[in-house]
Design a protein around this ligand. Structure first.
Ligand code: GLN
Length: 240
């Protein structure tokens, strides 16, 4: 029997890869392969053609200049990305691309960058950066461990839920105690790390949604996460 194939699309890994966000793609790939799936890992760079119907879409963070470089290509593909999001494709967008999946963001230099509006969030430039190790407490995924570094202050509109709350860390804007956004199967977050190797439950959520949609209800084989469990316990015990 040929292995079932899963396509994972990584948006702009050449530009949007601060703190190794590309590791999110690697984590999805390995956790799928360990369960016997074949993975088409597709890197999308500005000017490339998008694959037909990816099973999971991920994207990372980047400096303001990198966001400005990828934004025209992103908007050009907006209709398809919106269609995928509306139809339930699991997506994970970190920091710079989280911001660009919202209505707009501003660079520190003051230029407005219109985004896709897939997530009902807006981001304004703030004075001072929100930086540090952080834990987002999510009802659905438990404690999500990561590292944030952003100047943008993101506010959620009524069309999204937060990903979680930040008892430790600054989160979306340093004031409302919320972190990230969740709409349908699209998750936006400020968590770098990269986030998925540190938070396998979140990685498996994206995988579960993807394989259920592609192949029908599926029981995912458990993996040995003992090493990451140890690392998580130590990170959770550390003060910010
Ligand atoms: N340039 C954006 C900000 O500082 C995004 C930064 C990032 O992706 N780490 O808000």
């Amino acid at each position: 029997m040929t292995a079932e194939r899963v396509t994972v699309l990584n948006l702009y890994p050449g530009h949007m890869n601060v703190y190794g966000d590309r590791g999110n793609m690697l984590t999805l790939r390995r956790r799928l392969e360990w369960r016997g799936y074949e993975v088409d890992a597709v890197d999308h760079h500005p000017g490339d053609v998008l694959p037909d119907s990816p099973d999971i879409v991920v994207g990372g963070g980047g400096q303001d200049a990198a966001q400005a470089l990828v934004q025209p290509d992103l908007l050009e593909h907006g209709a398809r990305l919106r269609e995928w999001a509306e139809s339930g494709t699991p997506m994970l967008m970190v920091c710079g691309l989280f911001q660009l999946f919202g209505h707009h963001t501003y660079t520190v230099a003051g230029s407005a960058l219109p985004g896709l509006g897939i997530l009902d969030v807006t981001t304004d430039a703030g004075g001072g950066r929100l930086v540090g190790n952080t834990v987002t407490v999510s009802e659905e995924f438990g404690p999500l461990i990561g590292f944030e570094n952003h100047a943008g202050r993101t506010r959620l509109g009524p069309g999204v839920n937060p990903l979680g709350k930040v008892p430790r860390g600054q989160g979306n804007n340093g004031t409302d105690g919320l972190e990230g956004a969740h709409y349908k199967n699209v998750i936006g977050t400020y968590l770098h790390g990269p986030v998925l190797p540190k938070n396998p439950r979140l990685a498996d959520h994206l995988i579960q949604v993807a394989v259920d949609r592609r192949f029908g209800p599926t029981e995912l084989a458990p993996l040995d996460d003992s090493a990451v469990d140890d690392a998580r316990a130590s990170a959770l015990a550390r003060r910010r």
